[in-house]
Design a protein around this ligand. Sequence first.
Ligand code: ATP
Ligand code: MG
Ligand code: MG
Ligand code: MG
Length: 462
Amino acid sequence: KKTTVKDLLSTPELMGTEVEAKGWVRTRRGNKHVQFVQLNDGSSVNNIQVVLDMARFTEDQLKPVTTGSSVRVTGKLVESMGKGQTSEIQADSIELYGTADPASYPLQKKGHTLEFLREIAHLRPRTNFFGSVLRIRSSLAFAIHKFFNERGFYYFHTPLITASDCEGAGAMFQVTTLDLNNLPKNEDGSVDYSKDFYAKPTALTVSGQLEGELGATALGQIYTFGPTFRAENSNTPRHLSEFWMIEPEMAFYDISDNMDLAEEFVKYCINYALEHNIDDIRFLSERFDKGLEERLRFVVDNDFVRLTYTEGVRILEESAHKFEFPVYWGADLQSEHERYLVEEHFKKPVILTDYPKEIKAFYMKQNEDGKTVRAMDVLFPNIGEIIGGSEREESYDKLLARIKELDIPMKDMWWYLDTRRFGTVPHSGFGLGFERLVLFVTGMTNIRDVIPFPRTPGKAEF
Ligand code: ATP
Ligand code: MG
Ligand code: MG
Ligand code: MG
C-alpha cells in the first residue's frame, strides 16, 4: 500500500522519517526565504504542508508550482508549528508532473458556487467540498455491502434492460437498435419491433424489485445495489434520471420486520460514515451546514416514529401550516408534507404505513379494510421520502385480481405470478435511493451535488 497524505497526517511512526508525497497543489505562498505548498492527493480533506527552504530551491524552479499543478515531493516529515496542522514535509526535492496554467485553470479561486462547479463536473472532484462528498459516498456504498453481508444477505444482480414496465414506478427510457430516422412500420402504422435487437420494445429499468423478489423466494434474503433510470421530467433537488438504488427483498418478513430492518440499515450506514468520515463530515458541516453532525447523531440515537398514513394525514389536515399542495385522505404526499411531519411535528424520522392502495403499486399486500396496503415510506428531515417499501401480496388470487383491476398486461406478468403460483411465501422489501442517503449524510441540499456525473433533463455531457 502506498503512503497517502492521510497517512502522513495521522501516523506518528512516520514522524522524523524520509517520506514522499504525490498530489495536486492547492496553494503556494510565502516569501523569498521560505515557501509553503498545500498538497492534496484525495485521501483526506486535509492537505499536507510542504515547506521549501529557498536556500535550496530557486524561484524559477517553483514558478510552475501553481494551484492545480501536480507534483512529487520528498523530504523529512516533521511536527508542524502551524495551527491545525499535525505534520509537514521539510522538502528535499520537488518534481513537477504537470502544470496548470493559472490563466485558464478554472479552480483557481476559492469559493466557487455549487452551481458553477456543476458546470465543470469533470474538474469538480478536485475541490475540497466534492472530495468530501465522494469519500462519504464511497464509504456509504461499502457500508451497505458490509451491512447485508454481515446479516447473510446475498448480493443479487437484476437486469438493466427490461421488456416490461410492470411496476409503473416512473417514465422509462426506451432502448433500441432501430434507426430512429427510418423506423420499420407494420401495416397499421405501428413500429415493427421484429427487426429490433430484442425483437420487442425494451427500456432501462426503473427498479430491480420484481426480479429481486425472484431472488428472495429462492435464496431467502437478497439485496440489489445498482443504477436505475427514470425519465423524471421535472427539475427537483431530489430527483435524478439516473440514480442508484438499494433494494433488499426478504422471504418470511412481514411489514414490521421490514420496518425494523430499514431503520437498522439506515442507522448503520450513518454510523459507519460518522466513524470513518468524521473529518469530511466536519468539513462539510463547517462550510455549509452547522447542524450536520448533531443531526446525524440524533438520527442514529433515536427511535423513528411509526404511524399510519391515515394518522399522518389527520395531523397535516389539523395543522395551521399553509401547504402548496392540498392534503386529504387519498392524496399522495409531497415532500413539503413529509418534511412537515418530520421537521415540525415529530422532530424525528418517521415511518408512515398503510397507504391507500390507489396511490401505491399493485404488488403491495392488501389490508383487510379493502382500502389500504401494507406500504411503508421512511421520511427524513431535509429530504422527505428516502425509502419506499412494503410487504408483498403473496396470494396468487388477490394479486391476479389486482392486476386485472388495474389493467396491467397479463402477458408481461406470467413470470412474476409464478412466484405466487409455486411455493408462495410471505415476503417484504424496500428501496432506498442511494443519493438521498448521501444527501442526508453530507448535508447537501441538491441531489446534483452528491453524484459525480448527474443526469437531469437536458444534461448528459460528462
Ligand atoms: P418520490 O416520491 O420522491 O418521487 P418515489 O416514491 O417515486 O419517490 P420509489 O419508486 O418508491 O420512489 O423508489 C424508491 C426510492 O428511490 C425512493 O424512496 C427514493 O429514495 C428513490 N428515488 C426515487 N426516484 C428517484 C429519483 N428520480 N432520483 C433519485 N432517487 C429517487
Ligand atoms: Mg417519484
Ligand atoms: Mg413517493
Ligand atoms: Mg416511493
